[in-house]
Design a protein around this ligand. Structure first.
Ligand SMILES: NC(=O)c1ccc[n+]([C@@H]2O[C@H](COP(=O)([O-])OP(=O)(O)OC[C@H]3O[C@@H](n4cnc5c(N)ncnc54)[C@H](O)[C@@H]3O)[C@@H](O)[C@H]2O)c1
Length: 255
């Protein structure tokens, strides 16, 4: 079961490898024990329509959703405690909410970095053995902008560099080993989703961004979700940071 905040395209595609996720969790997706998933986003319309699609595929009772703004401590806490009490334990958390906004850079940092921190801390809390958990996996979605400079979007790059450093730092903490909590980080290049449709002011140089995008190309969301599946399927890989580009996936760091 995984509370997460994610874009609609990503959610649609993530619906495809959900059975893979169940396999990774060493659970057979049989009717009796099929794990449940809790989706979350600040946008109720995206959430509801995605949830409807997934329920048709996986069953009404397997897919839950709750609106949550990852900037709000209380909402994030409530999301996790409701998920934990409904499902009894958390196996997988994916912190995926993100925006590009150089004009409102405080918002950009608060969603992209602080949101990941809030979600990770809640994940740790509920997965810890002393709190009735039994370990699990926390995947933080950064970006290639988390490992290379991006001159047309410095605040976004800073937030994503933060996500990479935060994830690797927790992976090395001895408490995570004791509690069987695994931290992973995904760093995709451009992928065809809503986030690429930026408005005036969101970037410091729209033309620079367009030229860069033309040079590097834009991936399908399928390529990203395949890398996500590969990352979580690899055993004993806490601290792994994986890039995904049109050329393929690459392990950038192992802690
Ligand atoms: N698409 C790309 O090119 C690309 C590349 C690298 C990294 N990423 C990262 O992938 C992640 C998913 O983005 P996407 O590409 O699916 O874009 P997207 O815009 O489709 O999805 C982002 C989602 O985050 C949600 N969101 C925004 N603010 C929120 C908040 N305060 N609380 C909760 N949810 C909030 C949005 O409603 C949206 O559904 C982001 O972290 C993004 O930075 C995307």
């Amino acid at each position: 079961m995984k509370p997460r905040s994610t874009g609609r395209n990503t959610l649609r595609r993530l619906a495809v490898p959900l059975s893979e996720v169940f396999k990774v969790l060493h659970l057979k997706p049989s009717v009796d024990i099929m794990p449940q998933v809790c989706l979350s986003d600040v946008n109720p319309h995206i959430l509801e329509s995605t949830c409807t699609e997934l329920r048709e595929k996986y069953g009404q009772d397997k897919v839950h959703y709750q609106v949550c703004d990852v900037r709000d401590d209380a909402q994030v806490e409530d999301l996790f405690s409701k998920a934990k009490s409904s499902f009894s334990k958390l196996d997988l958390v994916v912190n995926n909410a993100g925006v590009v906004d150089e004009q409102d850079w405080l918002k950009c940092i608060d969603i992209n970095l602080n949101g990941v921190i809030r979600g990770s801390l809640q994940g740790i809390k509920h997965m810890k053995k002393e709190n009735g958990g039994s370990g699990g996996t926390i995947v933080n979605v950064a970006s290639l902008a988390g490992v290379v400079p991006v001159s047309y979007s410095p605040a976004y790059a800073a937030s994503k560099h933060g996500v990479v450093g935060y994830t690797r730092s927790w992976a090395g903490h001895p408490d995570m080993k004791t509690n069987d909590i695994r931290f992973l980080c995904l760093c995709p290049a451009f992928a065809k989703t809503e986030i690429l449709k930026t408005k005036e002011g969101q970037l410091l140089g729209q033309k620079m961004a367009e030229e860069f995008m033309k040079k590097t190309g834009v991936m399908s969301v399928d390529q990203v979700t395949q890398a996500f599946t590969d990352l979580i399927e690899t055993p004993d890989n806490s601290g792994s940071v994986m890039s995904v580009t049109l050329q393929g996936s690459k392990l950038l760091f192992q802690v």
